[in-house]
Every structure is written in structure tokens, then in C-alpha cells.
Write a protein that binds this ligand. Structure first.
Ligand code: CTP
Length: 450
């Protein structure tokens, strides 16, 4: 591949016209300020890979913040600037965002073997990046628009499907890059290059992960859990002993692997149906990843991953709730009683908990019932509500919920499907509550065994 290949025509086939226009304007504005501006990173990589990606990162040789303001002004945008890092985010009225950074030279001592004439701040900026595939710059300057700047064999590595660091201290500088290597490898179906793999194994042996903050690990792990190929990523992490390096409790045994695979399927199914509410992927897969862990070690894992006190409390509470729901489902499985039992077993859980139980279950009938719950029962409205009960003379209090719960059970189990039936049932339940009834009236519609 040519080092100065121009990909303008490729860009035109892969990017919307509005984005091309924006990039051209950026190049023009930079020129007016006496700067040069480049698109860099994942955005450029994904143009070559023909993958949709409109997360635009620009690097300016010049004052990045000043450039960001000029660009923003030209298009009625807003700027959020970080003086300390000389970076800015520009947000345009249509919602498009652009990250702007300032190319800095002072970052590294450059290896002396290289001819000094080659030094440019864009090159230095690219050299501090994680992998060669992310180290391409796309010139936006008028007259050079679309020219690729490939200093480190990026095009060759993309062609050869290789994840390669730019220098041997890359993982020492930033160990989260190890997790990124696996994530990109699995996402693009690339291979981590041999030398890079040795550096990873070295880093694991040197225990570089122990120096990393839990928040940074958690962030990278979350990105992995959002990947299409989450399972492939996890099993690669396991093979490279990276899961254990994060926390010894995080290992994939056969059970966890099975459930994670199923989680993937039920999660896809849920998304395909556009069911609400959206799933918190992190929470969902953490349930699978820590399945079977004792409460104490679970707490240690969560602390390692810098869960806040609140997140930790919520996660532990979810685990406890899951235990209760599971017990109720087991009872159901023995007696195969009514669908309303399924409803009440699952109702206290957030959707992540329900999906987890669905993935965990080995019984076809149980999975079917849980999917019924998610697609139908959960959102099924009763045809009467609190105001009806008030008209019937019921005062606010615990009996309110009790009556509604029994009407709901009857509605789910087919004993009170119409509004008339539900009204009738509520009335008779309320009669049963009358003095002496002590609020424990049984509905007349006994549960039908299924
Ligand atoms: N980067 C890096 N080291 C890191 C994180 C990021 O060198 N630990 C660089 C890479 O050059 C990357 C760029 O910063 O391309 C932007 O980071 P990010 O948005 O996380 O990466 P993308 O490559 O855009 O990845 P994704 O496709 O997952 O958004």
C-alpha cells in the first residue's frame, strides 16, 4: 500500500455527503487559521474496513481549542473544551459530535535512529496510540483532502488482519490496551500479531493489571460486554489468563460458559423484539460472569471493579432477589401450577434478572413461560384499577394491593379476562374482607392446575 494513498473516492462511497462536507469545511477552516487538521483513529480505520462509524476524531496541528470554536461557529454548534488536555468536543445542531485534540510533540522522546526531518506533530500523535490499525491519519487540508498518512504500516496490518502495537512499551504505558487488543481482534476477526501476543503474556506475568484502577478495567470490560462477539472476547481473555488477572473469581467454567452463551441468545431475542426497558448489558453479563460465586467473593470482584457503594448494594440485592425468584420457579416446575405464579415469581426482578433466569434455565417449558412473561404478561393491563376499588368502597391500605393481586392472578390464569368478570371478582373479594374477614379472603376462582 502506498504511504500517501488518497482515499477521497472511497470516502465518497462510504460516508454521507453531509459528513464529507463537514470534513472539507474543517480542512478549510484549519487552513485559514494556519493549521493542519486530520481525521484519526477508529473513524479512518473503519472507512478502510467499510464499517459504518461516524465517531469523528480530529487532530489539529495548531491550537485545537481555537479550531474547535471556529468550526463550531461556522455551523452554529456548541463547544465543550478541556483546557488542561487541549481538547474539545463540538456538538452540532443535528446532534453530530466531533472530538478535537491538539497534536503534541513533547509526549515522547523519539527514537534517535529515525531521521529528524520526518518529525511532525501528527506523526508523534499517532505514535502514542494503541495499535497500528488505529494509527492512520486522514489529511483534510484543501489540496490534500483524503490523503492517508500511514507512518506505521497501518494499511498493511488492516489488509493482513493484524493487531499490532507500535512499540514494545505500549502495554506498560497503558495496560487497558491489552483488553482493547482482544476486543478489536474479535470484533474484526483479526489476529493479534506474534510479538504483540508475547508482550501481552509478559504483561500478565508482570502483573501489570494490578496497577490499573478498577474503574478503568471496568470501563474496558463494559466495552467488551457491549460487543457483538462478547463470548469470543471472554473466552480469548480467559485463554490469555486475563480474566484471572482482573480477579481470580472471574474464570469461565463450563456452567458460566453455557449461561453466557444463552444470555447472548436471550439478549439478542429481547432486542430483536424491541422489548422495553432497554437492557443494561453490563449488569446482565456480570450476572453470568459471577454466577455461583459466594456472596463474599462476589463483593470482592465488584469492589475490584470499583462498583460504587450503591451499585454494589443493588447488585447484591439483585442476587438475593434472584435466589427467591429461582426458588419460586422451582416450586412451579414441580407442581406446574398456574401462569400467575410465574408472573409473581418474576415481577420483583429487573429485566436483567428475568433474562438471566431465562438463560440459566435448562427446561424448555420454563424458558417458554419466561418469554411469555416478558412479551405478554408483564405488560398486560388489568381492566380495573384503584379507582374502581374505591367506588366499591375499599379504603386505601394493604388490602388494595391484595385485591388487585388476586384479580391479576385470575386475569392471567383465564378466570377473569373481561372487565365484568374482574369487577365481579373484586367485589366478591372485598365482601370477603368485611369485618371478620381479616383481609385474607380467597378468590372464588381457585387456581386451575395446569
Ligand atoms: N487510544 C489509545 N489507547 C487507549 C484508548 C484509545 O491509543 N487506551 C486511541 C486509539 O488510537 C483510538 C482512539 O484513541 O483509535 C480513540 O479511542 P476510542 O474511541 O476508544 O477507539 P476507537 O478506535 O474509535 O474504538 P471503537 O471503535 O471501539 O469506538
Amino acid at each position: 500500500p502506498k504511504r500517501d494513498r488518497n482515499i477521497r473516492s472511497v470516502m465518497r462511497t462510504r460516508l454521507p455527503g453531509s459528513i464529507i462536507a463537514l470534513l472539507e469545511q474543517a480542512g478549510l477552516l484549519a487552513k485559514e487559521l494556519g493549521y493542519k487538521v486530520y481525521a484519526v483513529g477508529g473513524f479512518v480505520r473503519d472507512i478502510l474496513l467499510a464499517r459504518p462509524n461516524l465517531d469523528i476524531d480530529l487532530v489539529v496541528e495548531g491550537d485545537g481549542i481555537r479550531f474547535a470554536h471556529a468550526l463550531s461557529q461556522a455551523r452554529q454548534g456548541r463547544v465543550k473544551e478541556h483546557q488542561k488536555f487541549k481538547t474539545a468536543v463540538v456538538v452540532f445542531p443535528d446532534g453530530q459530535r466531533i472530538d478535537v485534540a491538539t497534536a503534541r510533540l513533547e509526549y515522547y522522546e523519539y527514537p534517535t535512529a529515525l531521521p529528524t526531518v520526518e518529525l511532525s506533530s501528527i506523526k508523534m500523535d499517532l505514535y502514542r496510540r494503541d495499535f497500528s490499525i488505529n494509527a492512520l491519519a486522514l489529511n483534510l487540508s484543501p489540496g490534500h483532502f483524503g490523503q492517508l498518512m500511514d507512518f506505521f504500516g497501518s494499511q498493511r496490518d488492516i489488509k493482513e488482519k493484524t493487531i499490532r502495537v507500535l512499540h514494545s512499551l505500549s502495554f506498560v504505558e497503558d495496560p487497558t490496551r491489552i483488553l482493547r487488543a482482544v476486543r478489536f481482534e474479535q470484533r474484526f476477526n483479526f489476529r493479534i500479531d506474534g510479538q504483540t501476543l508475547r508482550l501481552i503474556k509478559n504483561a500478565v506475568q508482570l502483573n501489570l493489571f494490578s496497577r490499573l484502577s478498577g474503574a478503568r478495567i471496568a470501563h474496558e470490560l463494559q466495552l467488551i460486554l457491549d460487543e457483538e462477539n462478547v463470548l469470543e472476547c471472554l473466552s480469548r481473555l480467559q485463554d490469555l489468563k486475563l480474566l484471572a488477572a482482573i480477579h481470580p473469581q472471574l474464570h469461565l467454567d463450563a456452567d458460566r460458559t453455557r449461561v453466557l452463551m444463552e444470555l447472548r441468545k436471550v439478549h439478542d431475542w429481547y432486542r430483536l423484539l424491541y422489548l422495553e426497558p432497554p437492557v443494561n448489558t453490563w449488569k446482565l453479563y456480570m450476572l453470568g460472569l459471577t454466577m455461583g460465586a459466594e456472596r463474599d467473593s462476589l463483593e470482592l470482584v465488584c469492589r475490584r471493579l470499583r462498583f460504587s457503594d450503591r451499585e454494589l448494594r443493588e447488585f447484591l440485592a439483585l442476587r438475593d432477589l434472584l435466589g427467591e425468584s429461582l426458588a419460586r420457579l422451582m416450586t412451579w416446575a414441580e407442581t406446574q401450577s398456574s401462569m400467575s405464579d410465574i408472573y409473581f415469581a418474576l415481577d420483583p426482578l429487573p429485566v436483567e434478572g428475568v433474562l438471566f433466569l431465562m438463560a440459566r434455565s435448562r427446561r424448555e417449558i420454563m424458558r417458554k413461560n419466561i418469554s411469555q412473561y416478558l412479551t405478554r404478561l408483564r405488560t398486560q393491563e388489568l381492566l380495573i384499577d384503584g379507582s374502581d376499588l374505591k367506588i366499591m368502597g375499599l379504603k386505601n391500605g394493604p388490602n388494595f394491593a391484595r385485591v388487585l393481586r388476586k384479580v391479576r392472578a385470575a386475569a392471567i390464569d383465564g378466570a377473569a379476562v373481561t372487565r365484568d368478570k374482574q369487577v365481579e371478582l373484586a367485589k366478591s373479594l372485598i365482601r370477603g374482607l368485611e369485618p371478620g374477614g381479616s383481609g385474607t379472603a380467597e378468590p372464588q376462582t381457585a387456581k386451575k392446575p395446569r
